[in-house]
Design a protein around this ligand. Structure first.
Ligand SMILES: [Zn+2]
Length: 367
């Protein structure tokens, strides 16, 4: 007999086992939860980073846009101010050329002979693109308001901005090159000649031109006062014949900007300032710029208005600030206004309209 006691098998402790399982399960769940939480936090961090990057990109784009838009904003602001002033002016009966309920139409259509008798001794002649139209110079308006280069077409009002010169200098200069080329064979028409002859006979005639084509200037009695500016004519929008320093290196306060002859742009598309070597820029008033005394003697011009009691307005729709405000000043002081336009636009003031083309009317009116 084997006395040995039967081997006792240890009883499996299910209770203990389950307890351990429960603890392990709990640990596992805790770790899983922690992992999940970490994952979520990481995802949130990533998301917020993405938002931050997106914001940064947007901020960057906005900043860039802001820089790009400063000039545009200035222009829009000044346009808005013009409109505001126009509205304020309208309520006070000023700065308007159109009639309305408070300002009935006073302009009347006259013949050239009738107008001739109205002209006083001190005459200001304000001319616009319509004057050079008969010489074949585009007016920058309507279908003339576009410029085609290669297969692209641009609005002149966009190309002729300081913003465009800065962002697309080559293209902007290309426009000037094309304009310079276009002008080569353009000759003064009968309207230009009539004004030049009148100025010769009446030296105190004040000529204010919005044209940059140099055609009228080229046949006026030449008396250069300083730095390329002429005594005989105020070219309020500049002159394509000239350029000046883009950095205004020669400009001193209240001094006239020094003008340099524009080179042949087919040979030298991006001319430099002869004095400092920086980029030069065309001596024209871009659509997004304001008139300054240094560039177009605007203050000096306005101080002269007092002496003049007749204004002859030729070939302009008065869409630019200076031209319109000039006419308004003459309306306010009840001066004689003679308007020559195919479709006259000044309806108020002491205004006499002659419907027609400047090259046909001016030779008869100013003989
Ligand atoms: Zn310079």
């Amino acid at each position: 007999m084997d006395n040995q006691e039967p081997k006792q098998y240890q009883k499996f402790d299910w209770e203990e086992f389950n307890k351990k399982r429960a603890i392990e399960k709990e640990q596992y769940e805790r770790i899983s939860k922690e992992i999940q939480e970490t994952q979520e936090r990481s995802k949130q961090t990533l998301d917020s980073l993405e938002v931050t990057f997106k914001n940064l990109d947007e901020a960057k784009a906005q900043a860039r846009q802001t820089v790009d838009n400063i000039d545009k904003f200035k222009k829009q602001f000044s346009d808005a101010m013009d409109k505001l002033l126009d509205n304020i002016g309208r309520s006070f009966g000023a700065n308007i050329i159109k009639s309305d309920e408070q300002n009935p139409k006073t302009a009347q259509e006259v013949t050239v002979e009738q107008a001739q008798k109205l002209i006083t001794k001190n005459v200001l002649i304000l001319c616009g693109a319509g004057l050079s139209h008969a010489s074949g110079v585009p007016t920058f308006r309507g279908k003339d308001g576009y410029w085609t280069k290669g297969k692209d077409t641009f609005e002149c009002q966009k190309v002729l901005t300081k913003e465009f010169l800065t962002s697309n200098p080559d293209l902007c200069w290309e426009w000037h090159k094309d304009f310079q080329k276009m002008l080569i064979n353009k000759k003064p028409n009968a309207g230009h000649i009539a004004i030049a002859n009148y100025k010769k006979k009446n030296p105190n005639t004040l000529i204010v031109s919005q044209n940059i084509d140099n055609i009228l200037t080229s046949i006026l009695p030449q008396k250069q006062i300083k730095h390329g500016h002429y005594e005989s004519i105020y070219e309020i929008h500049g002159n394509i014949k000239y350029m000046r320093c883009s950095k205004e290196c020669t400009l001193e306060k209240d001094q006239l900007a020094i003008l340099y002859d524009m080179p042949d742009l087919t040979k030298n598309l991006r001319p430099k300032c002869p004095k400092c070597g920086e980029d030069a820029r065309p001596h024209i008033l871009f659509f997004d710029e304001s008139y300054t005394n240094e560039n177009c003697r605007i203050q000096e011009l306005q101080e002269k208005y007092e002496t003049y009691d007749t204004i002859i307005v030729v070939g302009t729709m008065l869409e630019t600030g200076c031209a319109k405000s000039t006419v308004c000043k003459f309306i306010k002081k009840k001066a004689i206004i003679i308007e020559i336009n195919p479709e006259p636009i000044i309806e108020v003031g002491n205004t006499y309209q002659i419907k027609g083309k400047s090259e046909e009317i001016l030779p008869k009116l100013l003989k």
